[in-house]
Design a protein around this ligand. Structure first.
Ligand SMILES: C[S@@+](CC[C@H](N)C(=O)[O-])C[C@H]1O[C@@H](n2cnc3c(N)ncnc32)[C@H](O)[C@@H]1O
Length: 307
């Protein structure tokens, strides 16, 4: 399956026919669906944090990431338009993208996707450079020690900050960012390592990335969407910082991974609320009326592990 099904029009699942979430847990809802089919209520999200597929032939469980670049940009246009609808007028978007790609031809994914976003009505605010320090990628030199055709690769990724209507929030809320975090994170070069694949996903970002975005750009209790939830790092950061989290992930394998990670994090990791014994409620993946079942029913209570 190519993500978004290539150029074919996709019939959206309208809000009143939205399937039940794959799981809901302590303010976190996960939909195991194609983003291009699921419909969330318009203007219902305060912050979007995501890294979409990069179109660099990552071996995902369900989708083909190796599609031609023009189809990749077409897919980007379609999901960016969709997410714009879901966001409130003073909502923000932290979009993690590669700077360049060299597989399947050189391209600046960052500038091409940003250009499309602006054409769709997204407004540009700034870019954070994530200094991932991933030196392991420095294996392709092009022409070694020769001016013939050397490759240049920056071991960084971009976090593009976009917004819908106004960058300044219309209402007051509770911020949970410390003085030192604020000073450090408003410097637009963030230096920390990436997440390893050992987490069970081929392209995860570390929880540190959404944690910073959430604390810098949203109030406690606000609604955060990750439309490409992957291994669930954004949802884990929501759980930890007391935001309402919505995740969409097309692969059932990764939805199960997210469930395991949320279960391991447990309600004890939630900041600002008294720890309660939490249960993951999971609905069957079906278009039929929801028959929500408690996955922990009949199971011995699991020991909750603080991450
Ligand atoms: C770069 S990964 C996201 C990784 C995530 N940030 C994390 O920390 O694990 C992109 C994810 O998008 C999912 N995906 C691709 N096409 C999708 C679609 N049309 N709808 C929903 N999810 C999709 C893939 O299965 C993959 O898990």
């Amino acid at each position: 399956m190519g993500f978004g099904g290539g150029r074919a029009p996709v019939e959206p699942i309208l809000s009143d026919r939205r399937p039940p979430p794959f799981l809901s847990h302590q303010g976190i809802s996960l939909y195991c669906e194609d983003l291009l089919r699921i419909d969330l209520p318009p203007e219902s999200v305060d912050l979007i944090v995501t890294s979409p597929p990069y179109g660099v032939d990552v071996q995902y469980a369900t989708v083909d990431d190796g599609i031609p670049y023009d189809r990749y940009l077409d897919f980007s246009r379609r999901w960016l338009a969709r997410c714009l609808r879901f966001l409130r007028s003073d909502g923000r978007f932290c979009l993690n993208l590669p700077l360049d790609k060299n597989k399947g031809g050189q391209a600046s994914v960052y500038s091409d996707v940003l250009q499309i976003a602006k054409e769709l009505g997204w407004r540009y605010f700034a870019t954070v450079v994530w200094n991932e320090q991933n030196v392991s990628r420095r294996t392709a030199w092009g022409s070694w020690k020769s001016a013939s055709a050397p490759y240049v690769i920056a071991p960084v990724e971009m976090i593009v900050l976009l917004y819908k209507g106004t960058w300044e929030k219309r209402s007051k809320g509770t911020s949970d960012i410390s003085r030192d975090e604020f000073i450090a994170w408003t410097n637009g070069v963030w230096t920390f390592g990436g997440e390893t694949r050992a987490v069970g996903h081929p392209a995860p970002f570390p929880v540190e990335l959404p944690r910073r975005c959430l604390k810098l750009f949203s109030y406690v209790g606000e609604t955060v969407l990750d439309p490409f939830a992957g291994s669930g790092s954004t949802l884990l950061a929501c759980l930890e910082t007391g935001r309402q989290g919505i995740g969409v992930e097309v692969s059932e394998e990764y939805c199960q991974l997210i469930e395991r990670r949320l279960r391991a994090a447990g309600p004890a990791s939630r900041v600002g609320t008294a720890p309660k014994v939490g249960r993951l409620a999971r609905a069957p993946r079906t278009r039929a009326p929801p028959r929500t079942r408690r996955i922990s029913e009949g199971e011995a209570p699991e020991e909750l592990v603080r991450r």
